[in-house]
Every structure is written in C-alpha cells, then in structure tokens.
Write a protein that binds this ligand. Structure first.
Ligand SMILES: [Zn+2]
Length: 270
C-alpha cells in the first residue's frame, strides 16, 4: 500500500470511529451491496482469496445473502430471518473471478452479481487503458461467463467501453447501454437486467442515464454512491460499499455495519 493510500485509510478510520455512534444499525429491510474488483493473491490492488473467504464467512453469519432480483421483488421477504440483506457485486469482469472468487462464493453459497465491460471480453477497443490499476488483469472469456451463469452468478452490464457516462452525449450513452446488453444477451442467451455505472460517482452517472437504462429494459443499476439501500432507494441509483485490498478485518466490518456511511454524506455535500 502506498503512503497516500495509507494516509487516506487512516483519515477514514478516524471518521468511522466517530460516525459509528451516529449510524443507525442495519435493519431487516436494508440491503448492503459490496463492490469488489479483483480477488488474487499477492497483488497490490486485489483482495487475497483467504481474506475474501473470511469476509464471506462474516457476511454469511450476520446477513441474509440475496440476489438483486429477489431483493427488488421483495420476494425473499426474510420471513423469520430479520437480519439485513447483503449482496456481493464485482465490476469489470476479470478472469481471476473465475479462478478465485467463484469457488469461494459457491463454498459459502453466496449469490453474486458480476458486471461485465463487454469490450474487455471482445477486445479491441482500448478498454484496458481506462481500467486504471486493474488494466493489466486478463478478462473473463465467454466460455467462463457461460459457466458462471450456469453456476448461479447473475451477469450484468458495465457498458461496452468502460465509458464515463457523465461525459457522454445522450446518443453515446444510449449506445453503450443497449450495445453491451445485446452482446451479453446474444452470448449468454438470457435477459440482462442489471447495470453498474463505470466509476459510478455522481459526476460519472449523467443526469439522463437512469431514464435511458429504463428505456433500454434494465431493472436496476448500481452506483458508487456510498451507503445502504432501503425500499425507498431509487433502484437505478443503488448505493454500494467498496471493499479495498488493504481493508483490515476491522475496516471490513465497520464498512459493512455502517460506520463508513459518512462517505455517502460527504459525497452528497461535496
Ligand atoms: Zn469499472
């Protein structure tokens, strides 16, 4: 971990220590969506598999792990299980999901939502250059994606070119949403219902994108706006909680339980 990253993490821990006393505990109707990118041993920006396994173990103990479909339909209901709901999501579509994340998700019987940048799978449109710290990681193949889908992983779209929708014209944004959806549906022979905005902060979403998503036939979209979701949350602006490679077990718990939700407030007022 670099010095700047370590410093920022320390500052956030400080705020979390204060905010944990203000945050309302997660409740039965709440959904916490976790954001991951890469699960890989010995790689600076990737969560190591053994750490991921411990995180899943913790989630399974404290939360009801749900699919987004079930949560949106309130079909899972929870019944006697009054624990809050959690959902594990992955962005971009790296091959290490297949090797390291998928076996652990299966072991702990945790549903997952995997957002694919289709241009990364098809190749040839310069996507890797827009993936920053993850640009060197190889992508999943169509064969692996079919296996994942057959194994119960929900596949969603993350645009075709990992496009900043806050900078795109209406026509470009519409093309990214419909084209990536069509490629995935053709390859996987199943409806693609969910979407995640690349980068996902307010400035990367674009004012009209939620309505374009609705028109394109998507049912919900995940952002990087921080926090939990309730029945009142706009399904096209679902909030998430980002897990970083350098999170300690305490950081992870604090993020999941709500102590880091001050970031959502900061995002709102900055
Ligand atoms: Zn991304």
């Amino acid at each position: 971990m670099g010095k700047a990253v370590a410093f920022r993490q320390q500052v956030k821990r400080g705020w979390a220590a204060l905010y944990r006393h203000l945050a309302a505990p997660r409740q039965a109707g709440d959904l916490v969506v976790l954001t991951y990118h890469s699960i890989l041993p010995d790689e600076t920006f990737s969560t190591p598999p053994d750490v991921f396994a411990r995180q899943l173990e913790y989630l399974v103990e404290r939360f009801r792990l749900v699919s987004l479909d079930a949560w949106l339909q309130r079909a899972e209901g929870g019944g006697a299980d009054q624990r809050p709901a959690a959902l594990v999501s992955f962005d971009d579509g790296y091959e290490n999901f297949f090797r390291f994340a998928f076996p652990l998700l299966q072991k702990f019987e945790v549903p997952a939502l995997l957002f694919i940048t289709t241009g990364l799978v098809t190749g040839g449109c310069g996507v890797a250059a827009r993936l920053g710290m993850y640009g060197h990681l190889p992508p999943l193949s169509w064969g692996q994606l079919r296996e994942l889908q057959a194994g119960g992983v929900t596949i969603g779209s993350h645009t075709h070119r990992h496009c900043d929708l806050g900078q795109a014209t209406r026509a470009e944004a519409a093309e990214e949403l419909t084209y990536s959806k069509k490629i995935l549906e053709d390859q996987l022979e199943a409806p693609i219902k969910f979407f995640a905005y690349p980068w996902g902060y307010r400035q990367n979403i674009g004012r009209e994108t939620p309505s374009l998503l609705r028109e394109a036939g998507y049912l919900a979209a995940c952002s990087s706006l921080w926090g939990k979701n309730t029945a009142a949350t706009d399904p096209y602006l679902l909030r998430r909680v980002r897990v970083d490679a350098w999170d300690t077990p305490e950081d992870f718990r604090a993020k999941v339980e709500g102590a880091w939700d001050f970031i959502g407030l900061y995002q709102k007022f900055s």
